[in-house]
Write a protein that binds this ligand. Structure first.
Ligand code: DAK
Length: 258
């Protein structure tokens, strides 16, 4: 499959999508999201893939939606075309574990794309921001909703109302980022973690992801009930039996994704 805006590779059980519009700092266009959607469809359909990584370049994960593409839009153009909505939420609908490996700028839609992933690993040169206010718009792909959930209202307001960028250290301190890694080894280090995840039982990983997302998207009571039911469902898997049996027998489990 030839993609115009991304590079796609597999490393063992890990699928890697690299955003690849270097001249525009990986500015996000509909075409790019079409490519990302197709690549995710492929990885999700591939039983051998257990974890997916989305990354960019050393300089930019993505500097936001493509401003040149929306400069001349009017309200009716945007409303009727459901402007830049197609495929933008495909990433958030991915059922397999998804890591954003972010180096350089993750701004506007770039920051929002990273937040659609399950966790963010940041290079020590990463910069996160929601600078839309400077363009006379507001975040439109989840920034005003996911940022407060990740870092609380005050920090989210600070980022959205002032357009201030935060660095990797601040992003980790406030909970946006899971780990900071050296820029030179970001992808290699992320691949090690992703490969480790991909060794676990895929259906159980999917249940965990679904349950954590419930915490994020629903009330505590609803989330706890969902977690309980998923926990019970894990007892229907062969991998649950294998994992516990292997522990008792003091050996490494051999999961079969069943
Ligand atoms: N769009 C288009 N081109 C961009 C771009 C962008 N977002 N960001 C950078 N570029 C281009 C620059 O125009 C420049 O192109 P040339 O002049 O070389 O042709 C090239 O990339 C290099 O950029 P700079 O020369 O500016 O590089 P610097 O290192 O000096 O500065 C920077 C880097 C990242 C600080 C700067 O480029 C910058 O401020 N970029 C714009 C960042 C920004 O405002 N991002 C937010 C965009 S609005 C929605 C979904 C998503 C969205 C909304 C709705 N729905 C689903 C409804 C999202 C909106 C946004 O993200």
């Amino acid at each position: 499959m030839n993609y115009e805006n991304i590079l796609v590779a597999t490393h063992g059980k890990v699928g890697v999508i690299t955003l690849n519009r270097p001249k525009a700092l990986n500015a996000l266009s509909d075409g790019l999201f079409d490519d990302v959607g197709l690549a995710l469809d492929g990885f999700e359909a591939d039983e051998s893939i257990g974890c997916i990584v989305i990354t960019g370049s050393d300089k930019a994960f993505a500097a936001g939606a493509d401003i040149s593409g929306m400069k001349d839009y009017g309200y009716m153009d945007a409303y009727k075309a459901n402007f830049i909505t197609k495929n933008w939420d495909r990433v958030a609908r991915c059922r397999k574990p998804l890591i954003a490996a972010v180096a350089g700028f993750a701004l506007g839609g770039g920051c929002e794309l990273a937040m659609m992933c399950d966790m963010i690993f940041a290079a020590d040169n990463a910069k996160f921001g929601q600078p839309e206010v400077k363009l006379g718009i507001l975040p439109g792909a989840g920034g005003t909703q996911r940022l407060p959930r990740a870092m609380g209202k005050s920090k989210a307001m600070d980022m959205c109302l002032t357009a201030r960028m935060i660095d990797a250290v601040e992003a980790e301190r406030c909970g946006l980022v899971a780990r900071i890694m050296p820029a030179e080894t970001l992808l290699a280090d992320t691949l090690v973690v992703a490969a480790g995840i991909a060794e676990y039982s895929l259906p159980v990983l999917m249940m965990i992801k679904e349950s954590v997302n419930r915490a994020y998207e629903s009330s505590l009571q609803e989330g706890l009930l969902f977690e309980r039911r998923s926990f019970h469902a894990a007892f229907a898997t062969n991998d649950r039996r294998e994992g516990m049996t292997a522990f008792i027998e003091k050996r490494k489990p051999g999961f079969t994704n069943s």
